[in-house]
Design a binder for this molecule. Structure first.
Ligand SMILES: [Zn+2]
Length: 274
């Protein structure tokens, strides 16, 4: 099975708020990563090319990789996009619509307190520049702990808001915190998303045979060292999806659901595990 690294970044910044720091890499580190990707002979392809493969199309060429960015932090426009554009690299940006703000108004409201997030105007510019815009719910909840009506509103509502803003359909969804369940995945598909990004375990490599509604990603964190990133770029150093959901994951979900029901939801950072 051919491993496909799908890298997941959050913020790329030298001064993130404290709660976001573990999920932030510096611009300098990000450039090193792009250099390692190029040096290792990886070819960054648009996400839709992987999804076409997962939906039964032709296999990806060997040594393909995908770049994804979650949540919609402002540094995607100021830092990430120019670096990617300079190298001609495609990427998918999954935005939480409740965190986006009207152009000319301050950010830092909604689900990511004190973080600078993108404006809707910037989102339109990034779309026009060729970056794929995907959905990441309205308020960044743990979808697998919510009732179906709330899942529909989060998953369908964010799709409508993005499509209204961009004026065209969007296809790609990512689960907040990486969490999904069979019911959530069915609702995501029924809403019209054709793919959904997960995080399997702490990190996993995707493949030509992965599940399009929960394809695996490699979460790049502040503590992801150079050696680990190099391994990932070689298609090593992490399990290759698809694989069966472990007992530990199921037990963890039951725990989080119980917390949600008792009114003491587990408060997770933007993304912490599968
Ligand atoms: Zn997120």
């Amino acid at each position: 099975m051919t491993a496909v690294p799908v890298f997941l970044y959050h913020a790329v910044s030298d001064n993130p708020p404290r709660w976001l720091a573990p999920f932030t890499v510096s611009p300098r580190t990000f450039v090193e990563h792009l250099n390692m990707i190029a040096d290792s002979g990886l070819r960054v392809v648009p996400l839709r090319q992987l999804v076409t493969t997962l939906l039964g199309g032709p296999p990806l060429p060997p040594r393909s990789a995908v770049l994804t960015f979650d949540d919609g932090y402002a540094d995607f426009a100021s830092t990430v996009a120019p670096l990617l554009a300079g190298r001609g690299l495609p990427a998918t940006l999954y935005v939480t619509t409740g965190a986006l703000h009207a152009s000319g108004t301050p950010s830092g409201r909604g689900p990511f307190p004190s973080a600078a997030t993108l404006s809707w105007g910037q989102l339109r510019e990034l779309d026009a520049a060729g970056f794929e815009i995907g959905g990441h719910t309205k308020t960044h909840p743990q979808l697998d702990t919510l009732p179906r009506t709330s899942v529909r509103e989060e998953v369908g509502g964010c799709k409508r808001e993005i499509e209204d803003a961009l004026g065209h359909p969007v296809d790609s969804f990512a689960y907040p915190h990486g969490y999904s369940s069979r019911t959530v995945r069915t609702l995501v598909w029924e809403t019209g998303w054709t793919s959904a990004a997960a995080v399997r375990g702490p990190s996993a490599l995707s493949s030509n045979r992965d599940d399009p509604l929960r394809f695996a990603r490699l979460m790049v964190r502040a503590d992801t060292d150079r050696k680990r990133f190099e391994l990932w770029a070689q298609g090593e150093g992490a399990p290759v999806a698809p694989f069966a959901e472990g007992l530990r994951t199921r037990g963890w979900r039951a725990y989080r659901r119980a917390r949600a029901v008792t009114g003491h939801p587990y408060r997770a950072l933007p993304t912490d595990e599968g």
